[in-house]
Design a protein around this ligand. Sequence first.
Ligand code: ARG
Length: 438
Amino acid sequence: MKLWGGRFKTEEDSFMDKFNSSFNIDQRLWEQDIKGSIAHVSMLSKCHILSSDEAEKIIKALEQIHAEILDGSLFLEGEFEDIHSFLEYQVTQKAGAVGKKMHTARSRNDQVALDMKLYVKLSGQEVIKSLEKLISAIEQKSNESSFPMPGYTHLQRAQIVTFKYHLMAYYEMLSRDMKRIENALSIMDTCPLGSCALAGTTYPIDREFTAAMLEFEAVQKNTMDSVSDRDYIIEMISAFSIIMMHLSRLSEEFIIFSTKEFDFIALSDAYSTGSSIMPQKKNPDSLELVRGKTGRLYGNLMGILTTMKALPLTYNKDMQEDKQYYFESLDTVIDCITIIEGVVSTLTVKSENMEKATKGGFLNATELADYLVKQGIAFRDAHSIVGQVVKHCEAKAMEIDQLSLEELKAFSPHIKEDVYSYIEPSSILKQGTKPDML
Ligand code: ARG
Protein backbone atom coordinates (compact mmCIF):
# COMPACT_ATOMS: atom_id res chain seq x y z
CA MET A 1 0.00 0.00 0.00
CA LYS A 2 1.44 3.34 -1.08
CA LEU A 3 0.58 6.60 0.62
CA TRP A 4 1.24 8.64 -2.51
CA GLY A 5 0.25 6.87 -5.78
CA GLY A 6 -2.09 9.55 -7.20
CA ARG A 7 0.18 11.57 -9.47
CA PHE A 8 2.18 8.65 -10.88
CA LYS A 9 1.67 7.19 -14.35
CA THR A 10 3.73 4.02 -13.99
CA GLU A 11 4.51 1.64 -11.17
CA GLU A 12 7.65 2.04 -9.09
CA ASP A 13 10.52 -0.19 -10.18
CA SER A 14 10.47 -3.19 -7.87
CA PHE A 15 14.11 -2.83 -6.87
CA MET A 16 13.57 0.89 -6.27
CA ASP A 17 10.66 -0.08 -4.05
CA LYS A 18 12.95 -2.22 -1.90
CA PHE A 19 15.74 0.36 -2.01
CA ASN A 20 13.36 3.06 -0.78
CA SER A 21 11.84 1.02 2.02
CA SER A 22 12.97 1.62 5.59
CA PHE A 23 10.40 -0.68 7.18
CA ASN A 24 12.89 -3.31 8.33
CA ILE A 25 14.70 -0.59 10.32
CA ASP A 26 12.04 1.92 11.40
CA GLN A 27 9.60 -0.75 12.60
CA ARG A 28 11.44 -0.28 15.88
CA LEU A 29 9.46 2.97 16.15
CA TRP A 30 6.06 1.28 16.13
CA GLU A 31 5.16 2.17 19.67
CA GLN A 32 6.21 5.82 19.28
CA ASP A 33 4.29 6.06 16.01
CA ILE A 34 1.10 4.79 17.66
CA LYS A 35 1.55 7.11 20.62
CA GLY A 36 2.13 10.08 18.31
CA SER A 37 -0.91 9.22 16.19
CA ILE A 38 -3.15 8.97 19.25
CA ALA A 39 -2.01 12.41 20.40
CA HIS A 40 -2.43 13.85 16.90
CA VAL A 41 -5.94 12.44 16.46
CA SER A 42 -6.96 13.57 19.96
CA MET A 43 -5.83 17.07 19.02
CA LEU A 44 -7.72 16.96 15.68
CA SER A 45 -10.88 16.10 17.58
CA LYS A 46 -10.31 18.75 20.24
CA CYS A 47 -9.88 21.34 17.46
CA HIS A 48 -13.04 20.06 15.68
CA ILE A 49 -11.09 19.01 12.62
CA LEU A 50 -12.29 15.43 13.15
CA SER A 51 -15.55 14.60 14.91
CA SER A 52 -15.18 12.96 18.30
CA ASP A 53 -16.79 9.84 16.86
CA GLU A 54 -14.21 9.66 14.06
CA ALA A 55 -11.34 10.24 16.46
CA GLU A 56 -12.64 7.58 18.81
CA LYS A 57 -12.75 4.98 16.03
CA ILE A 58 -9.21 5.74 14.93
CA ILE A 59 -7.84 5.74 18.48
CA LYS A 60 -9.59 2.46 19.23
CA ALA A 61 -7.98 0.91 16.17
CA LEU A 62 -4.57 2.25 17.19
CA GLU A 63 -4.96 0.82 20.68
CA GLN A 64 -6.04 -2.51 19.29
CA ILE A 65 -3.03 -2.60 16.97
CA HIS A 66 -0.79 -1.78 19.93
CA ALA A 67 -2.21 -4.69 21.91
CA GLU A 68 -1.96 -7.09 18.97
CA ILE A 69 1.68 -6.24 18.26
CA LEU A 70 2.45 -6.74 21.94
CA ASP A 71 0.69 -10.11 22.21
CA GLY A 72 2.26 -11.31 18.97
CA SER A 73 -0.93 -11.64 16.93
CA LEU A 74 0.05 -8.84 14.54
CA PHE A 75 3.48 -9.11 12.94
CA LEU A 76 5.56 -6.19 11.77
CA GLU A 77 5.97 -7.56 8.26
CA GLY A 78 4.86 -7.06 4.68
CA GLU A 79 5.85 -4.95 1.70
CA PHE A 80 5.53 -1.55 3.33
CA GLU A 81 7.53 1.57 2.65
CA ASP A 82 7.92 2.35 6.33
CA ILE A 83 6.33 1.96 9.76
CA HIS A 84 4.00 4.92 9.06
CA SER A 85 2.53 3.25 5.97
CA PHE A 86 2.20 -0.04 7.83
CA LEU A 87 0.27 1.50 10.71
CA GLU A 88 -1.98 3.65 8.53
CA TYR A 89 -2.83 0.53 6.54
CA GLN A 90 -3.64 -1.40 9.73
CA VAL A 91 -5.81 1.44 11.08
CA THR A 92 -7.79 1.56 7.84
CA GLN A 93 -8.20 -2.23 7.92
CA LYS A 94 -9.61 -2.03 11.44
CA ALA A 95 -11.50 1.29 11.53
CA GLY A 96 -12.58 1.39 7.89
CA ALA A 97 -12.51 4.47 5.65
CA VAL A 98 -12.28 6.85 8.62
CA GLY A 99 -8.70 5.60 9.07
CA LYS A 100 -7.80 7.59 5.96
CA LYS A 101 -8.52 10.80 7.91
CA MET A 102 -5.76 10.11 10.44
CA HIS A 103 -3.12 11.89 8.38
CA THR A 104 -5.06 15.20 8.23
CA ALA A 105 -2.75 18.11 9.08
CA ARG A 106 0.27 15.85 9.30
CA SER A 107 3.14 14.75 7.08
CA ARG A 108 5.47 11.83 7.48
CA ASN A 109 8.14 14.49 7.85
CA ASP A 110 6.87 15.74 11.20
CA GLN A 111 5.66 12.25 12.08
CA VAL A 112 9.08 10.63 11.71
CA ALA A 113 10.77 13.55 13.47
CA LEU A 114 8.38 13.04 16.37
CA ASP A 115 8.83 9.27 16.47
CA MET A 116 12.59 9.58 16.56
CA LYS A 117 12.51 12.22 19.28
CA LEU A 118 10.23 10.05 21.41
CA TYR A 119 12.51 7.07 20.83
CA VAL A 120 15.68 9.01 21.60
CA LYS A 121 14.16 10.42 24.81
CA LEU A 122 13.22 6.94 25.99
CA SER A 123 16.44 5.22 24.98
CA GLY A 124 18.54 8.06 26.38
CA GLN A 125 17.09 7.19 29.79
CA GLU A 126 18.07 3.55 29.23
CA VAL A 127 21.67 4.56 28.56
CA ILE A 128 21.65 6.69 31.70
CA LYS A 129 20.34 3.74 33.71
CA SER A 130 23.02 1.39 32.44
CA LEU A 131 25.68 4.03 33.09
CA GLU A 132 24.40 4.37 36.65
CA LYS A 133 24.86 0.63 37.18
CA LEU A 134 28.38 0.73 35.77
CA ILE A 135 29.27 3.75 37.86
CA SER A 136 28.11 2.05 41.03
CA ALA A 137 30.05 -1.13 40.14
CA ILE A 138 33.16 1.02 39.73
CA GLU A 139 32.51 2.75 43.04
CA GLN A 140 32.08 -0.56 44.80
CA LYS A 141 35.27 -2.02 43.35
CA SER A 142 37.23 1.11 44.18
CA ASN A 143 36.00 1.04 47.77
CA GLU A 144 37.82 -2.29 48.12
CA SER A 145 40.96 -0.96 46.44
CA SER A 146 42.64 1.50 48.78
CA PHE A 147 46.14 0.08 48.20
CA PRO A 148 49.10 1.67 46.47
CA MET A 149 50.04 1.06 42.85
CA PRO A 150 52.24 2.87 40.37
CA GLY A 151 50.57 5.73 38.53
CA TYR A 152 51.76 6.18 34.95
CA THR A 153 52.44 8.91 32.45
CA HIS A 154 53.57 7.81 28.98
CA LEU A 155 52.94 4.32 30.38
CA GLN A 156 56.17 4.78 32.37
CA ARG A 157 56.09 4.54 36.16
CA ALA A 158 55.54 8.05 37.49
CA GLN A 159 54.24 8.41 41.05
CA ILE A 160 52.44 6.44 43.69
CA VAL A 161 48.65 6.36 43.47
CA THR A 162 46.06 3.89 44.71
CA PHE A 163 44.02 1.53 42.56
CA LYS A 164 40.97 3.08 44.16
CA TYR A 165 41.93 6.49 42.80
CA HIS A 166 42.76 5.05 39.39
CA LEU A 167 39.29 3.51 39.16
CA MET A 168 37.61 6.64 40.45
CA ALA A 169 39.01 8.54 37.46
CA TYR A 170 36.63 6.43 35.37
CA TYR A 171 33.82 7.20 37.79
CA GLU A 172 34.30 10.87 37.01
CA MET A 173 34.53 10.37 33.25
CA LEU A 174 31.33 8.35 33.18
CA SER A 175 29.55 10.85 35.42
CA ARG A 176 30.34 13.57 32.87
CA ASP A 177 29.06 11.26 30.14
CA MET A 178 25.78 10.98 31.98
CA LYS A 179 25.46 14.77 32.16
CA ARG A 180 26.24 15.01 28.46
CA ILE A 181 23.28 12.76 27.70
CA GLU A 182 21.00 14.63 30.10
CA ASN A 183 22.02 17.87 28.44
CA ALA A 184 21.35 16.54 24.93
CA LEU A 185 17.95 15.28 26.09
CA SER A 186 17.06 18.65 27.52
CA ILE A 187 18.13 20.60 24.41
CA MET A 188 16.04 18.35 22.16
CA ASP A 189 12.89 18.47 24.30
CA THR A 190 10.66 20.26 21.77
CA CYS A 191 7.81 18.73 19.79
CA PRO A 192 7.97 18.80 15.97
CA LEU A 193 4.37 17.63 15.46
CA GLY A 194 2.20 20.12 13.56
CA SER A 195 5.07 21.18 11.31
CA CYS A 196 3.53 18.97 8.63
CA ALA A 197 5.74 18.70 5.56
CA LEU A 198 7.65 21.92 6.22
CA ALA A 199 5.27 24.87 6.21
CA GLY A 200 2.76 24.10 8.93
CA THR A 201 -0.90 23.92 7.95
CA THR A 202 -3.95 26.06 7.21
CA TYR A 203 -5.89 24.01 9.77
CA PRO A 204 -6.40 25.62 13.16
CA ILE A 205 -4.41 22.93 15.00
CA ASP A 206 -3.23 23.13 18.60
CA ARG A 207 0.47 22.35 18.71
CA GLU A 208 0.71 23.03 22.45
CA PHE A 209 -1.88 20.32 23.08
CA THR A 210 0.09 17.55 21.34
CA ALA A 211 3.39 18.76 22.81
CA ALA A 212 1.91 18.56 26.34
CA MET A 213 0.21 15.22 25.74
CA LEU A 214 3.48 13.74 24.51
CA GLU A 215 5.33 15.22 27.49
CA PHE A 216 7.55 17.63 25.62
CA GLU A 217 8.81 20.74 27.34
CA ALA A 218 7.70 22.95 24.44
CA VAL A 219 6.68 23.12 20.79
CA GLN A 220 9.51 23.23 18.24
CA LYS A 221 8.49 26.55 16.72
CA ASN A 222 10.09 26.89 13.31
CA THR A 223 8.42 24.20 11.25
CA MET A 224 11.15 24.22 8.60
CA ASP A 225 13.77 23.61 11.26
CA SER A 226 11.80 20.94 13.06
CA VAL A 227 11.41 18.63 10.05
CA SER A 228 15.05 18.98 9.08
CA ASP A 229 16.62 18.90 12.54
CA ARG A 230 18.70 15.84 13.32
CA ASP A 231 21.04 17.62 15.75
CA TYR A 232 19.76 15.57 18.64
CA ILE A 233 20.72 12.30 16.96
CA ILE A 234 24.18 13.65 16.24
CA GLU A 235 24.51 14.85 19.83
CA MET A 236 23.48 11.50 21.23
CA ILE A 237 25.81 9.51 18.96
CA SER A 238 28.53 11.97 19.90
CA ALA A 239 27.85 11.44 23.61
CA PHE A 240 27.84 7.66 23.00
CA SER A 241 31.16 7.95 21.16
CA ILE A 242 32.68 9.74 24.14
CA ILE A 243 31.40 6.95 26.42
CA MET A 244 33.02 4.41 24.09
CA MET A 245 36.25 6.39 24.09
CA HIS A 246 36.27 6.16 27.88
CA LEU A 247 35.37 2.46 27.87
CA SER A 248 38.08 1.76 25.32
CA ARG A 249 40.68 3.43 27.54
CA LEU A 250 39.55 1.35 30.50
CA SER A 251 39.61 -1.77 28.30
CA GLU A 252 43.10 -1.03 27.06
CA GLU A 253 44.39 -0.52 30.60
CA PHE A 254 42.76 -3.69 31.88
CA ILE A 255 44.19 -5.63 28.93
CA ILE A 256 47.66 -4.33 29.77
CA PHE A 257 47.24 -4.83 33.53
CA SER A 258 46.14 -8.45 32.98
CA THR A 259 49.27 -9.41 31.02
CA LYS A 260 51.85 -11.62 32.73
CA GLU A 261 54.22 -8.65 32.39
CA PHE A 262 52.06 -6.48 34.68
CA ASP A 263 49.99 -9.11 36.47
CA PHE A 264 47.96 -6.51 38.38
CA ILE A 265 44.49 -7.92 37.70
CA ALA A 266 42.82 -11.10 36.49
CA LEU A 267 39.60 -11.10 34.49
CA SER A 268 36.91 -13.49 35.57
CA ASP A 269 36.57 -16.57 33.36
CA ALA A 270 33.05 -15.34 32.69
CA TYR A 271 34.45 -12.46 30.63
CA SER A 272 37.36 -14.28 28.99
CA THR A 273 37.70 -16.83 26.21
CA GLY A 274 40.25 -19.47 25.30
CA SER A 275 42.35 -20.42 22.30
CA SER A 276 41.54 -23.24 19.87
CA ILE A 277 45.19 -24.28 19.76
CA MET A 278 47.00 -23.01 22.87
CA PRO A 279 45.47 -24.80 25.84
CA GLN A 280 46.89 -22.39 28.43
CA LYS A 281 45.38 -19.22 26.93
CA LYS A 282 42.84 -17.01 28.65
CA ASN A 283 42.14 -13.99 26.49
CA PRO A 284 40.42 -10.71 27.44
CA ASP A 285 38.02 -10.83 24.46
CA SER A 286 35.32 -8.85 26.29
CA LEU A 287 37.65 -5.87 26.60
CA GLU A 288 39.06 -6.24 23.10
CA LEU A 289 35.56 -6.23 21.65
CA VAL A 290 34.63 -3.06 23.53
CA ARG A 291 37.86 -1.45 22.32
CA GLY A 292 37.09 -2.64 18.79
CA LYS A 293 33.45 -1.58 18.75
CA THR A 294 34.50 1.97 19.62
CA GLY A 295 35.48 2.28 15.97
CA ARG A 296 31.93 1.41 14.99
CA LEU A 297 30.56 4.32 17.04
CA TYR A 298 33.08 6.78 15.61
CA GLY A 299 32.14 5.54 12.14
CA ASN A 300 28.45 6.14 12.85
CA LEU A 301 29.15 9.63 14.18
CA MET A 302 31.15 10.52 11.09
CA GLY A 303 28.46 8.88 8.97
CA ILE A 304 25.53 10.90 10.31
CA LEU A 305 27.54 14.13 10.29
CA THR A 306 28.42 13.51 6.66
CA THR A 307 24.84 12.58 5.76
CA MET A 308 23.61 15.88 7.20
CA LYS A 309 26.40 18.01 5.78
CA ALA A 310 25.20 20.56 3.21
CA LEU A 311 21.64 19.21 3.07
CA PRO A 312 19.34 21.98 1.92
CA LEU A 313 16.24 22.69 3.99
CA THR A 314 13.99 20.97 4.67
CA TYR A 315 13.39 17.21 4.58
CA ASN A 316 15.49 15.14 2.20
CA LYS A 317 15.38 11.36 1.95
CA ASP A 318 19.06 11.23 2.91
CA MET A 319 17.78 11.71 6.45
CA GLN A 320 16.12 8.31 6.47
CA GLU A 321 19.64 6.94 7.09
CA ASP A 322 19.63 8.49 10.59
CA LYS A 323 17.81 5.57 12.20
CA GLN A 324 20.29 2.89 11.31
CA TYR A 325 23.10 5.02 12.71
CA TYR A 326 21.19 5.70 15.91
CA PHE A 327 19.87 2.20 16.59
CA GLU A 328 23.24 0.59 15.94
CA SER A 329 25.04 3.11 18.13
CA LEU A 330 22.50 2.74 20.92
CA ASP A 331 22.62 -1.08 20.94
CA THR A 332 26.41 -1.11 20.86
CA VAL A 333 26.88 1.42 23.64
CA ILE A 334 24.41 -0.35 25.95
CA ASP A 335 26.03 -3.74 25.24
CA CYS A 336 29.49 -2.36 25.97
CA ILE A 337 28.46 -0.58 29.18
CA THR A 338 26.85 -3.83 30.36
CA ILE A 339 29.93 -5.91 29.54
CA ILE A 340 32.28 -3.50 31.29
CA GLU A 341 30.01 -3.50 34.34
CA GLY A 342 30.36 -7.30 34.44
CA VAL A 343 34.12 -7.16 33.96
CA VAL A 344 34.57 -4.60 36.75
CA SER A 345 32.33 -6.29 39.29
CA THR A 346 33.97 -9.72 38.79
CA LEU A 347 37.54 -8.46 38.55
CA THR A 348 40.27 -9.98 40.71
CA VAL A 349 42.75 -7.34 41.82
CA LYS A 350 46.25 -8.49 42.73
CA SER A 351 46.98 -5.88 45.35
CA GLU A 352 50.31 -7.45 46.38
CA ASN A 353 51.67 -7.21 42.85
CA MET A 354 50.53 -3.62 42.56
CA GLU A 355 52.15 -2.77 45.87
CA LYS A 356 55.35 -4.60 44.91
CA ALA A 357 55.52 -2.55 41.73
CA THR A 358 55.55 0.67 43.74
CA LYS A 359 58.94 -0.38 45.14
CA GLY A 360 60.73 -0.08 41.79
CA GLY A 361 60.99 2.67 39.20
CA PHE A 362 61.74 5.65 41.47
CA LEU A 363 58.08 6.47 42.13
CA ASN A 364 59.20 8.56 45.12
CA ALA A 365 61.66 10.76 43.21
CA THR A 366 59.24 13.72 43.11
CA GLU A 367 58.73 13.39 46.87
CA LEU A 368 62.50 13.43 47.46
CA ALA A 369 62.60 16.71 45.50
CA ASP A 370 59.71 18.00 47.65
CA TYR A 371 61.70 16.98 50.75
CA LEU A 372 64.66 19.07 49.58
CA VAL A 373 62.37 22.03 48.85
CA LYS A 374 61.16 21.82 52.44
CA GLN A 375 64.81 22.21 53.50
CA GLY A 376 64.93 25.51 51.61
CA ILE A 377 66.26 24.39 48.23
CA ALA A 378 64.62 25.85 45.09
CA PHE A 379 62.49 23.25 43.30
CA ARG A 380 64.50 23.42 40.05
CA ASP A 381 67.74 22.76 41.98
CA ALA A 382 66.07 19.99 43.96
CA HIS A 383 64.89 18.46 40.67
CA SER A 384 68.44 18.42 39.35
CA ILE A 385 69.88 16.91 42.58
CA VAL A 386 67.31 14.10 42.54
CA GLY A 387 68.03 13.54 38.84
CA GLN A 388 71.63 12.85 39.80
CA VAL A 389 70.50 10.54 42.63
CA VAL A 390 68.42 8.57 40.13
CA LYS A 391 71.35 8.35 37.67
CA HIS A 392 73.51 7.00 40.50
CA CYS A 393 70.81 4.49 41.52
CA GLU A 394 70.40 3.28 37.95
CA ALA A 395 74.12 2.62 37.66
CA LYS A 396 74.02 0.61 40.91
CA ALA A 397 70.66 -1.03 40.15
CA MET A 398 69.23 0.27 43.42
CA GLU A 399 66.22 2.26 44.54
CA ILE A 400 66.51 5.64 46.27
CA ASP A 401 65.52 4.30 49.69
CA GLN A 402 68.16 1.56 49.44
CA LEU A 403 70.97 4.14 49.45
CA SER A 404 72.68 4.81 52.78
CA LEU A 405 72.33 8.20 54.42
CA GLU A 406 76.02 8.90 53.64
CA GLU A 407 75.46 8.17 49.95
CA LEU A 408 72.42 10.46 49.92
CA LYS A 409 74.20 13.23 51.79
CA ALA A 410 76.85 13.23 49.06
CA PHE A 411 74.19 14.70 46.77
CA SER A 412 72.92 17.20 49.31
CA PRO A 413 73.97 17.85 52.89
CA HIS A 414 70.33 18.80 53.59
CA ILE A 415 69.26 15.18 53.49
CA LYS A 416 68.72 13.77 56.99
CA GLU A 417 67.59 10.50 58.55
CA ASP A 418 63.90 11.49 58.32
CA VAL A 419 64.12 11.32 54.51
CA TYR A 420 63.38 7.58 54.56
CA SER A 421 60.05 7.96 56.26
CA TYR A 422 59.16 10.98 54.08
CA ILE A 423 59.58 9.06 50.81
CA GLU A 424 57.98 5.84 52.08
CA PRO A 425 54.84 4.98 49.97
CA SER A 426 52.44 4.87 52.91
CA SER A 427 53.69 8.18 54.29
CA ILE A 428 53.58 9.83 50.84
CA LEU A 429 49.89 8.95 50.69
CA LYS A 430 49.28 10.80 53.94
CA GLN A 431 50.63 14.17 52.78
CA GLY A 432 49.20 17.19 50.95
CA THR A 433 46.41 16.38 48.48
CA LYS A 434 47.27 12.69 48.53
CA PRO A 435 44.90 11.41 51.23
CA ASP A 436 42.16 11.91 48.60
CA MET A 437 43.49 8.76 47.00
CA LEU A 438 42.92 6.54 50.03
N1 ARG B 1 10.79 6.75 6.08
C1 ARG B 1 10.97 8.16 6.07
C2 ARG B 1 12.18 8.53 6.93
O1 ARG B 1 12.51 7.76 7.74
C3 ARG B 1 9.78 8.87 6.56
C4 ARG B 1 9.60 10.24 6.04
C5 ARG B 1 9.26 10.20 4.59
N2 ARG B 1 9.02 11.48 4.05
C6 ARG B 1 9.05 11.75 2.76
N3 ARG B 1 8.85 12.97 2.40
N4 ARG B 1 9.28 10.81 1.88
O2 ARG B 1 12.77 9.58 6.81
